[in-house]
Write a protein that binds this ligand. Structure first.
Ligand SMILES: *[C@@H]1O[C@H](CO)[C@@H](O)[C@H](O)[C@H]1NC(C)=O
Ligand SMILES: *[C@@H]1O[C@H](CO)[C@@H](O)[C@H](O)[C@H]1NC(C)=O
Ligand SMILES: *[C@@H]1O[C@H](CO)[C@@H](O)[C@H](O)[C@H]1NC(C)=O
Ligand SMILES: *[C@@H]1O[C@H](CO)[C@@H](O)[C@H](O)[C@H]1NC(C)=O
Ligand SMILES: *[C@@H]1O[C@H](CO)[C@@H](O)[C@H](O)[C@H]1NC(C)=O
Ligand SMILES: *[C@@H]1O[C@H](CO)[C@@H](O)[C@H](O)[C@H]1NC(C)=O
Length: 938
């Protein structure tokens, strides 16, 4: 009976069928069951054992995980298995689920062709097979399901042309996404037959030809994404008359001609992306009147010319305006201040001018939300006005290469008041005088680049107030005097360039404390004395230059000096050392008295804790033999800030499955390799997922401003309207999760302690090293990544929270991971730094017991925490990971003592009440003490 029902669909049989199903529900149900069992059999990998364990023939299909039945017939109405890391193919029997309405298998690794039989799903309204690895041509049969409203096949490997009669049989289609496949050919004009379409996403394919004018007939369309293809020709006029369109993205194609004037008249448009094409011509002078709802306007990287019309300031909702890399001329309008919601203003690389007073900057004070403005590479040739200090939320100013002149003191003393300022780029201008005192008060500034100006004066010891600074470039100026030794009190400095100035005196020994330092360029000054041996402790230092000074004495040879070449030391007075440096050998023994003095100077502690820290650093460096990362070495010197979709596509072999490193709640992470051999990790956000967009923005916002040796470093990002990815440092050793819980992996006690100290340092930095504080919110083993030297790096800031100045507590929707989540966060959504301390405590317990907080041995009334709390200190050997301790060892009791101290602290960290938990500062201090004990005896 049922078979007939499936094969024919005449009305009579249909009725009979319904009747049959109604009277004999179990039989219909058994068809569904065998269809789903076929699927189960076709699944070759199911890491969470979802279908393996749960889809049992002894239970009704309606109770199976991911399955929902309709209440009338008890037939399968929904199959919902997204992001389950399933691998396998789709069996033709899936086409037998004749009552199914909703089918979602997205975000898995299903491969092979989509079976024709899916066309039998006569009730299907929603189908999402996106983000899998399906191959073959786009099956026309699926487009024959007349009930279909939503079809998502994005991010697969589908090839071939779009069917000519694409919309003939799918009149109800509202959303069609075929984005990020390998589709070729042209966009058929018959697309206009899908009259109900709201969203059409064809981006990221290899479509050619021009945009068919018939698209203009899709009157319901709100979103049209055609970006990142090979489309050519002009934009058809018809596009400009689509009333209702809200998002239009055509970027990264080869479109040309002028932009039709009526496009700028689309009243409903919110986002318009035309970046990276060959558009030419001028903007209409009334551009600002036609799109009252516009929020983002991307016109960068084209050949647009003429002036920027004043009327552009009439967009009352505009948040982003990017006109960079065009051929705009004339004056920068003085009216941008009317754009009250503007956050980003990009004017880089044009031929724009301004008046002598740069008066457009005065007007920007009206933009209360402005975070970033860039005018780099325009011949502004004016004087910086004091009013630049009035832009209250500014984070980034890039006015490099603008011919700006004048004294800083008279013109911008006010900048010291812009406490939000993070990045100041004023390189390659003609600024004179010394740096005003107020600039040394920017305690949150991260990057300070004033290279190649005419600045003079000396650096004050107050430079140490720039507590958050990562990058200091004062090269190619006329600075003089000593390098203040207080520079070592800026804990996170990574790049320092003071090259080509008139600095004199000695290189401060204290620079050896800047353990994050990667670049130190002091060349072309008048420095004297020795190169401090303390610099041997700088394990991340890869670029070092002290050439063209008046240095003397022995060149250190340990640590990073092993790999420096003679160019780093060229042209100094009386310098000696190893032959590799092309200098004469030193006289006498290598333990000359002067060297001892240097060593002593390093080791004489200012405070006791500094001594401990230093000893630990030295011990650690010996124990772990951490090496400067070869990868970091080979990163191209100037990695573009933004990277294109195509570069990423190439680097990941078109996001191939063999490069997939893992999937998370917001998307996938791929391994990528660039043509020069650089390896990276590429985190692609699945924007269709609720929250993924937010997650990208959050992660960018957090990582943009943070740098620490124990946080994963962002190398670059790729952000189009509909594709967002972060390019991250590649971590060859995978995650702590892998090392703790998979076969064939083992970490010894010191490795575990080191990694957990790395994590603690990173979280301490998030909480205390940076203002406003950042709460990570999702510390767990899979978010701790290990580099080639097994150094821990905290990653995944997708749900992190940035706090405002006075804020310490926040309410939020909970997304964090069960087992690691603090009770007040889980139950009430209260986020504070104490939540991270809690998760850290759990993580610490897991690391030393090798038990997950979700282990089945724990229940309602016993938890990982209580199990451990009840066992310290007397029965610590019962809870500790047995692999860590072997009874024959002689130091067993000392090891156990250390583990006992660690777990005790972990128990305190995960105290029920947030007020009873220690701060990360305390945690780091305690760990360091424990580590000294452990290493002293091992
Ligand atoms: C399968 O999972 C569902 C939902 O989690 C649960 O209700 C059901 O009891 C499970 N069935 C089996 C056999 O494990
Ligand atoms: C797109 O098509 C062109 C030729 O039509 C081809 O050279 C190019 O490699 C294709 N790009 C991709 C990413 O497949
Ligand atoms: C599109 O609409 C125009 C009128 O605006 C009509 O003449 C044309 O036939 C339509 N094209 C299609 C393919 O529906
Ligand atoms: C844009 O709209 C304005 C006002 O409605 C109208 O005067 C103008 O002609 C329109 N321009 C184009 C090119 O459609
Ligand atoms: C400072 O800015 C200039 C100009 O943009 C750039 O070339 C230089 O690399 C920057 N300095 C550092 C240390 O990044
Ligand atoms: C020197 O470079 C080699 C090769 O790149 C590397 O293996 C080694 O760890 C480096 N040594 C130091 C101390 O950085």
């Amino acid at each position: 009976m049922e078979r007939i029902c499936f094969l024919k669909s005449s009305a009579v049989l249909w009725m009979l069928y319904i009747l049959a199903c109604f009277t004999r529900p179990t039989e219909g149900n058994s068809i569904d069951q065998s269809a789903l069992l076929s699927l189960k059999e076709s699944i070759t990998i199911d890491p969470n054992q979802l279908t393996v364990k749960n889809w049992s023939i002894n239970a009704s299909v309606c109770s199976w995980i991911g399955v929902t039945c309709n209440s009338r017939h008890h037939r399968v109405a929904e199959l919902n298995l997204p992001n389950m890391a399933l691998e396998g193919s789709i069996p033709p029997q899936l086409g037998n689920l004749s009552f199914i309405v909703y089918l979602n298998l997205s975000g898995n690794s299903f491969h092979g062709k989509l079976p024709q039989e899916l066309a039998n799903l006569r009730r299907l309204k929603f189908m999402d097979f996106g983000i899998n690895v399906f191959t073959g041509f786009l099956p026309q049969t699926i487009l024959n399901i007349s009930t279909l409203q939503i079809l998502i096949l994005q991010k697969n490997n589908l090839s071939g042309n779009l069917p000519e009669d694409i919309c003939h049989h799918a009149p109800n289609l509202r959303l069609l996404s075929l984005a990020d496949n390998r589709l070729t050919g042209t966009i058929p004009s018959s697309i206009s037959g899908c009259t109900q379409l709201r969203i059409l996403a064809l981006e990221g394919n290899n479509l050619t030809g021009s945009i068919p004018r018939e698209i203009g007939n899709l009157t319901m369309l709100k979103t049209l994404y055609l970006d990142s293809n090979n489309l050519e020709g002009f934009i058809p006029q018809e596009l400009g008359s689509m009333n209702g369109l809200e998002r239009l993205n055509l970027q990264a194609n080869s479109l040309s001609g002028s932009v039709p004037a009526n496009l700028f008249n689309m009243t409903t448009l919110r986002i318009l992306g035309l970046t990276q094409n060959h558009f030419s011509g001028r903007l209409p002078s009334n551009i600002g009147y036609g799109m009252p709802n516009l929020e983002k306007l991307y016109l960068d990287v084209n050949n647009l010319n003429g002036v920027i019309p004043d009327s552009i300031s009439n967009y009352s909702k505009l948040m982003l305006l990017d006109l960079s890399a065009n051929e705009f001329t004339g004056l920068i309008p003085n009216t941008f201040g009317n754009l009250r919601f503007l956050e980003v203003l990009g004017l880089n690389q044009n031929n724009l001018e301004s008046d002598q007073e740069l008066s457009f900057i005065n007007s920007l004070a009206g933009c209360k939300y402005l975070q970033e403005f860039t005018t780099g590479g325009n011949p502004l040739n004016g004087i910086l006005p004091a009013s630049i200090g009035n832009i209250s939320n500014l984070e980034t100013i890039d006015m490099s290469f603008c011919g700006i002149k004048g004294d800083i003191p008279k013109q911008i003393e006010c900048l010291g008041n812009v406490s939000s300022l993070r990045n100041l780029y004023l390189g390659f201008n003609k600024l004179t005088s010394s740096i005003p005192v107020s600039l040394w008060k920017l305690k949150d500034i991260l990057q300070f680049n004033l290279t190649s100006n005419l600045l003079s004066g000396s650096l004050p010891s107050e430079i140490s107030s720039l507590k958050a600074l990562n990058l200091l470039d004062l090269s190619l100026n006329q600075f003089s005097g000593d390098i203040p030794s207080t520079i070592s009190e800026i804990p996170n400095l990574i790049n320092i360039s003071l090259a080509s100035n008139k600095f004199e005196g000695t290189i401060p020994d204290s620079i050896g404390k800047l353990i994050s330092l990667e670049m130190l360029d002091l060349s072309n000054n008048s420095l004297t004395g020795m190169i401090p041996k303390s610099l041997e402790a700088l394990q991340h230092l890869t670029r070092f230059n002290v050439s063209f000074n008046e240095l003397s004495g022995e060149i250190p040879s340990g640590g990073p000096f092993e790999n420096f070449t003679y160019q780093s030391f060229m042209s100094n007075n009386a310098i000696c050392g190893k032959p590799q440096f092309h200098v004469p050998p030193c006289q006498g023994s290598s333990h000359s008295s002067s060297e001892k003095i240097v060593l002593l100077a390093v080791l004489i502690p200012t405070t006791a804790s500094a001594a401990i820290t230093l000893v630990i650093v030295l011990l650690l460096s010996r124990y772990r033999k951490r090496q400067v990362q070869a990868q970091a070495d080979s990163l191209p010197d100037i990695m573009p800030e933004r990277i294109s979709y195509y570069q990423l596509q190439r680097a990941t072999d078109d996001f191939s499955n063999s490069n997939l490193l893992g999937r998370g709640s917001f998307g996938s992470v791929f391994k990528g390799s660039f043509t020069d051999g650089t390896l990276v990790a590429i985190k692609v956000f699945q924007l269709q997922l609720e929250g993924a967009f937010k997650s990208f923005e959050t992660e960018c916002a957090v990582l943009r401003n943070l740098r620490h040796r124990n946080l994963t470093k962002v190398i670059s990002s790729c952000s189009n309207l509909d594709f967002k990815a972060l390019v991250l440092e590649y971590m060859p050793n995978g995650s702590l999760e892998k090392w703790m819980h998979s076969n064939g992996h083992f970490l010894d006690i010191v490795q575990r302690l080191n990694i957990m100290t790395d994590v603690a340092c990173a979280v301490k930095y998030l909480h205390h090293g940076y203002s406003p504080p950042v709460v990570h919110c999702d510390l767990k083993p899979s978010n701790i990544l290990l580099d080639q030297d097994m150094v821990g790096h905290v990653s995944d800031f997708g749900i992190a929270k940035l706090f405002g100045e006075e804020e310490t507590l926040r309410h939020t929707m909970t997304l964090a991971t069960l087992g690691y989540i603090a009770p007040e966060y889980g139950a009430e959504g209260l986020v504070s730094t104490s939540c991270d301390v809690y998760s850290y405590g759990i993580l610490l317990m897991e690391t030393f017991t090798r038990r997950r907080p979700t282990d089945e041995m724990f229940s309602e009334d016993s938890s990982l925490r209580s199990w451990i709390a009840n066992s310290i200190p007397h029965a610590i050997d019962r809870v500790v990971d047995a692999n860590l301790i072997s009874p024959e060892e002689k130091n067993v009791s000392r090891k156990l003592n250390c583990i006992s101290s660690i777990t005790e602290m972990a128990v305190n960290c995960s105290a029920e009440s947030p007020g009873n938990r220690p701060s990360m500062k305390d945690v780091v201090a305690s760990l360091q003490k424990i580590k000294v004990q452990l290493l002293a005896y091992s």
